[in-house]
Design a protein around this ligand. Structure first.
Ligand code: NDP
Length: 277
């Protein structure tokens, strides 16, 4: 598949269209910074914003979208239910709180943020109900490993549309990616810029030099060419623009393989089989 523009979309398994390139907001401070960075992103033509109840910036995301003047139906919005709400079984209430904060009557994608042990299968049922009510156009999972995905699939009436996981050159999770793509679950990368560490990878720097691109742009292009949805975060206007400027070059298959070979199964974030939050 050719991904040639910032508005190109992956067609999810329920036919909803999700832009391949989105904008992340984890650790973006609530208030003016969050609102301004989302406004810059929309100005730079991003049409997909990723937030979460945990990030405490849903209200700013919603306000920025309204201020942008771009129609709500032209922007793909993802939010996520936090683990505490899965543990207490208050997912419907958490969804309503997220919608209220966003100032929206639906989101495009609602995700289970982490596979909370003993809870994620029944939590999926709650998401199915939310989807049926029309409060989320698509529902999905996040940080689910192969065995979590298989457990959800075993009892699901709605197949997750998306699995959003940590994914970058150092942690490629090829088996998980193959499983998701094989089951029609779109694969979405968090930390696609290795949380800012891409410039420390000499191969990305070197390949970038050849294409007159930065290591961040090479990492994003590599993900897109693997048909992975990428959601880089920045609070700086010039980087927001830089990260969107990845549709005018193509990595060769040798360059793709070279980046593939960097995989060390090394996570920057928590292990989904062993997290304490
Ligand atoms: P990213 O890989 O997107 O990296 C963000 C960091 O990179 C920031 O420190 C940013 O700094 C810096 N940066 C941005 N652009 C550039 C650039 N061009 N060159 C160099 N550095 C750059 O990490 P995230 O953890 O933010 O992941 C992306 C998104 O994924 C999140 O924002 C969130 O929406 C989602 N996410 C989901 C998780 C989940 O559990 N489902 C977990 C973590 C993230 P600055 O802002 O100062 O420019």
């Amino acid at each position: 598949m050719k991904i040639e523009s910032i508005t190109d979309c992956v067609k999810l398994n329920n036919s909803v269209q999700m832009p391949w390139l989105g904008f992340g907001t984890f650790q973006t401070p609530p208030g003016e910074v969050a609102e301004q960075s989302v406004l810059w992103a929309i100005e730079a033509a991003y049409r997909h914003i990723d937030t979460a109840a945990l990030y405490k910036n849903e209200a700013d995301v919603g306000r920025a979208i309204r201020k942008s003047g771009v129609g709500r139906d032209k922007i793909f919005v993802t939010t996520k239910v936090w683990n505490a709400d899965m543990r207490s079984g208050k997912i419907a209430e958490a969804m309503n709180a997220s919608l209220k904060a966003l100032g929206m009557d639906y989101v495009d994608l609602y995700l289970l943020h982490w596979p909370v042990p003993g809870k994620f299968v029944e939590s999926w049922k709650a998401l199915e109900a939310i989807h049926k009510q029309g409060k989320a156009r698509a529902i999905g999972i996040s940080n689910f490993l192969v065995h979590h995905v298989e457990q959800v699939l075993a009892g699901a009436s709605v197949i997750p549309a998306v699995n959003q996981v940590e994914w970058h050159p150092l942690v490629r999770q090829q088996k998980l990616l193959d499983l998701c793509h094989g089951k029609g679950i779109a694969f979405e990368a968090w930390a696609p810029l290795m949380q800012g560490r891409v410039a420390q990878i000499p191969e990305l720097v070197e390949i970038g030099r050849k294409h007159h691109k930065t290591p961040a742009q090479v990492a994003l292009r590599w993900g897109l060419q693997h048909e992975v949805v990428m959601i880089p975060k920045s609070v700086h206007k010039e980087r927001i623009i830089e990260n969107a400027n990845v549709f005018d070059f193509q990595l060769s298959s040798d360059e793709m393989k070279r980046i593939d070979s960097l995989d060390q199964n090394k996570r920057l974030g928590a292990d989904p089989d062993n997290f304490n939050f």
